[in-house]
Ligand binder design. Sequence first.
Ligand SMILES: NC(=O)c1ccc[n+]([C@@H]2O[C@H](COP(=O)([O-])OP(=O)(O)OC[C@H]3O[C@@H](n4cnc5c(N)ncnc54)[C@H](O)[C@@H]3O)[C@@H](O)[C@H]2O)c1
Length: 317
Amino acid sequence: MKKEKTDVQKIVIDSGEAFNKLKECKLVLTDDNLYPLYKDKLPECFVIPAGEKSKTLDSAKEILNEMAYRGIKRSDCVGAFGGGVVGDLLGFAASIYMRGIRWINVPTSLLAMADSSIGGKTAVNLGDIKNAIGTFHLSETYIETSFLDTLPEAEYESGMGEIIKTSCLDPTLFDMMQAGADIKQLISRCVTIKNNICDNDFMDKGVRRCLNIGHTVGHAIELVTGLKHGVCVTIGLKLETLMMRERISEPFFYELQVRLSRFIKDVDFPDVEKITEIAMHDKKNDSCIDVIFPVDVGKYEEVTLSKEEFAQRLKNI
Ligand SMILES: NC(=O)c1ccc[n+]([C@@H]2O[C@H](COP(=O)([O-])OP(=O)(O)OC[C@H]3O[C@@H](n4cnc5c(N)ncnc54)[C@H](O)[C@@H]3O)[C@@H](O)[C@H]2O)c1
């Protein structure tokens, strides 16, 4: 049976309500970087180690056990206070606990504000396979841009990776970045763009796939190098546009390379064989490798490459 999006996602920016909303939750998940910084304002939290290593089925099971232990009912609500890892994990647990309960997402990283807290995708990793297990379950999202004041610079740069990605899909955002719009304006535009795309294709069968530009190579780089997600998206965008260069408009290509180069620092050229092998096994690919890449501002293409052609194009860069 085809599942359709029936709800509109509630997304609020800088309303000052985030902590009060979390106080309504029967369980709030955060990580051990954030908890010491915000514990005076947060309710008692369930705290996980920070970072991608926590995005596992084992962590989800611990959270589900805690929900059951606290006697959380179908009508109750749970909350996430953190970056994309905390949001993806808590959202996943909320989506399967009693077949789905309400959840509030308070994103604290730039990446989570501009991207991962929108559109209802939840996930945990399965060994080496990123986001292999997941669901679609919308949160109510309360963005407070003041949380960026404590975000480390490297995480900020990672978030910029997803913003640059989104700007390739939208001429308005592309121009806003050129004109030096402030971060709150950029986040707000990213939220509008992603929300519109997800409204039109909640289950990721069509147009939503455009959000995967830079991700075929980016996910593989993330696995090989352990670099941050958004940084790998910038590297993925760079390599995919170089691989497919003959299909890409020249002015767009040059402007994009300039923007990306500000955020890509001292990265060794990746091992082509390893990247190809991982891209083959990425959940989005079968026997061939699908690459979705931008060709001009607001335009993208999807190609299916054989393993050999993918590797050859990567080698030819
Ligand atoms: N669901 C989606 O649609 C979607 C989209 C894109 C990415 N993602 C996922 O998001 C994850 C990456 O998210 P992320 O970059 O936010 O990673 P993250 O959640 O690991 O956060 C990055 C680091 O920043 C710290 N941090 C976050 N906010 C802070 C703040 N305000 N002050 C101080 N420290 C802060 C965290 O403790 C963590 O150490 C990946 O797992 C990726 O797969 C999901």
